[in-house]
Design a protein around this ligand. Structure first.
Ligand code: G3P
Length: 217
């Protein structure tokens, strides 16, 4: 399973990248706005900086919702850097646009996916990635990981090439369960990635080893 970081924060991207386990980055308008980025030029410059930091796919989301608007915006985003993946919402014009981008060799990430039916449409349109939002599904008392399992199963059965990118990750257990479910990619906040490091027995064991090492000197 590939690890992407789900943020537009450059310090967090750098910290995850320095671990040596980062395969890519995803952003969305909320994450970009959180960094105070405003205006087309600033948005493009920020994506370029991220692409220069991380060697892997960087999802950049369109803001338009019409077919023509999504195509125009997506072409501009794709021109920023070869690693840009155009992130398109799961709406009717979005699916049409994903098919257009597929036919024109532009990679896409179909976002705001909450059902297996939506994931089938994204795959049929040729999306590079499909992004089911598992945390938001859990918020409504459904099981987000179950949706990942269902989509992975359908894609394997049907031979769809779209990669299942588990998004809206809220904790380290989500990452573990997505790995078990066969997700191709997990896009996570830095806190969830770092949470994977934690185990009290590791801390206790290390303290003991350090104390014993000291006694040997
Ligand atoms: O990037 C999309 C997704 O990961 C959003 O996560 O936590 O806002 O549901 P969240």
């Amino acid at each position: 399973m590939k690890f992407f970081i789900d943020t537009a924060n450059l310090a967090q991207i750098q910290e995850a990248n320095d671990l040596g386990i980062l395969d890519g980055v995803t952003t969305n308008p909320t994450l970009m706005a959180k960094e105070g980025i405003k205006g087309t030029d600033a948005i493009a410059a920020h994506y370029k900086t991220i692409c220069e930091m991380v060697d892997g796919p960087v999802s950049a989301e369109v803001l338009g919702t019409t077919f023509e608007g999504i195509i125009a915006e997506g072409q501009k985003l794709a021109a920023i850097h070869p690693n840009i993946v155009v992130k398109v919402p799961m709406i009717k014009d979005g699916i049409k646009a994903i098919k257009w981008f597929t036919d024109h060799g532009i990679k896409t990430n179909c976002t705001l996916v909450f059902s297996a039916g939506q994931a089938i449409l994204a795959a049929k349109a040729g999306a590079t990635f499909v992004s089911p939002f598992i945390g938001r599904i859990d918020d409504g008392s459904w099981d987000g990981v179950q949706l990942i399992e269902q989509i992975v199963n359908i894609y394997n059965t049907q031979g769809y090439m779209t990669e299942v990118l588990a998004a809206s990750i809220r904790n380290p257990l989500h990452i573990v369960r997505c790995a078990e479910a066969g997700a191709d990619v997990c896009t996570c906040p830095l806190s969830s990635i770092l949470g994977l490091l934690k185990h009290p027995l590791t801390d206790i064991g290390l303290q003991q080893f350090l104390a014993d090492a000291q006694s040997m000197q």
